[in-house]
Write a new protein. Structure first.
Length: 188
């Protein structure tokens, strides 16, 4: 029998086995599922005031990679301040409060940031609150966390069952702010 699907009947599968996962990929997929683009952009723009940065720009467009179309989200800002773990958490809390999102959206955003911060702190052997952030401290990382929380809420997916495949991490080396590192050969 075909009928209206209730929120509790929603199932989300996040397939990370082919291309991995990143914040912009996750947010782009939520926009492709129908999250309100204007709500997400508005949520991301709250960072501008709270981080005392200028000209937060959100570029959302369709891209094609190896014949597959996807939604691409790029966020940039001028005069982005240095961010510590404590500043990141405080900014997310302030954004969530200002946006008036649900407790689920707030919890998602804070849990996401905390998980990433704990990994960064452990990697550097530093205190969680005072660790100097590199990629996680950039405008796009904060925007992706806040934008994803708002998009998930807009789609009603905090009531859905969510499944994820293991992340494909591949092999080889990659270059980032700490130089070149080898990619682990196993899924996490």
């Amino acid at each position: 029998m075909i009928g209206e699907v209730k929120d509790l009947d929603k199932i989300v599968v996040i397939d990370c086995q082919v291309a991995g996962i990143s914040g912009d990929m996750f947010l782009g997929s939520l926009l492709d599922l129908g999250a309100d683009v204007n709500k997400v952009i508005g949520a991301i723009k709250t960072v501008e005031e709270l981080m005392t940065c200028k000209n937060v720009k959100v570029d959302i467009r369709d891209v094609t990679r190896k014949g597959i179309r996807a939604r691409k989200v790029d966020v940039q800002a001028d005069e982005w301040p240095e961010v510590t773990g404590a500043k990141l958490i405080n900014t997310i809390e302030s954004c969530m409060e200002k946006l008036g999102v649900s407790q689920n959206a707030r919890k998602f955003a804070l849990n996401t940031a905390t998980t990433l911060l704990e990994a960064e702190a452990k990697l550097h052997g530093k205190d969680f609150n005072n660790v100097h952030l590199h990629e996680l401290g950039q405008a796009d990382a904060l925007a992706e966390i806040i934008g994803s929380a708002v998009a998930l809420e807009d789609l009603g997916l905090f009531k859905a069952k969510v499944y994820s495949t293991p992340v494909a991490v591949g092999g080889g080396v990659f270059k980032f702010s700490h130089g070149k590192l080898q990619v682990p050969l196993q899924s996490l």
